[in-house]
Write a protein that binds this ligand. Sequence first.
Ligand code: NAD
Length: 357
Amino acid sequence: MVYNIALVKGDGIGPEIVSSAVKVLEKVGAKYGHEFKCTDYLAGGCAIDATGMPLPEETVEGCKASDSVLLGAVGGPKWDKLPGDKRPEKALLGLRKALGLYTNLRPAKLYPALKEECPLRADIVEQGFDLMMVRELTGGIYFGDRGRRDGKYGPEAYDTEAYSVMEIERIARAAFDAARKRRKNVISIDKANVLETSRLWRETVHRIGEEYPDVQLSDMLVDNAAMQLVRRPSQFDVVVTSNMFGDILSDEASQITGSIGLLPSASLGATKCGLYEPIHGSAPDIAGQDRANPIATILSAAMMLRYAFDLSEEADCIERAVDEVLAAGLRTADIVGNSGATPLSCTEMTEEILKRI
Ligand code: NAD
């Protein structure tokens, strides 16, 4: 098979880490008989320098026409003083909107080799965890009606949470589909004891759940979920929740891994053309020094294989290679911690992963 991938390397360490991921894709392609045809597009600060705009039309069109998008990171101090709509970060929002991406998938996994970095208690760490946050990305309170007005006690502000059945149905399906590629368990997070949107959320998720009899579904209130994530994270497989709850809980989940520099993410929409990117930024402080950790981007490429192209075996192969380098004690500078390991460069870490594919 031939797959067309749009590469948006972006700024800072973006070009280094995306190039590492491309090498990994090429090796996997050679092993399994696929061709990954990659085309570069500009977005972020580099696009501002070249065209005056953070997200040129050519990039939008190129990404839309491709099977999937692999993004490094955008932004840096050089462009920090530009006004809001001219800033590099505008490219990310623009791309998400243009591709109609409404689902954010963020895995949070504890690597046994890095358990020293986990901030949780030793007995909880021993149980391990490997969960997937599925966050609704384009609805809810972040997009609802808001404003200021004169209230009963003087000036007040308000924000509105609204969810349509359609929006809940499609995010629920994304969660159940993700669960089918994992341990077939979904926990839906809401605040149905208080919020009407949550009651509609719960009702709708359960109705969609009937289409997935092989996936186990349960509910949890968001305040309890925030507790359970640090108390017994091993109970979670797929977690599905609204935009704001997901924003907060996905950061909590990434923190408890102790290694946020390793975490990938995917944003998916109605089509299979999703956006795959590490959760970290462009790390301008180490850009161009061959010191970046390429693992989050390499794992984002693995997510692309699994979710965009249904290539689970190939994705497993990349994830296993990453597990093996970490288990072998190999570290880039950001994850050396107290291990005493000699830090590898971005190039060396990539080579070690390639050797294991
Ligand atoms: P950051 O994630 O870029 O960096 C935070 C710290 O983590 C830095 O010390 C950096 O060196 C380190 N780090 C991050 N990724 C690393 C990697 N792969 N390997 C080794 N070390 C790594 O966050 P920041 O400093 O707050 O932001 C820097 C720039 O990135 C800003 O312009 C910000 O707007 C942008 N940003 C972009 C995205 C994105 O493109 N999705 C996300 C977050 C921040």
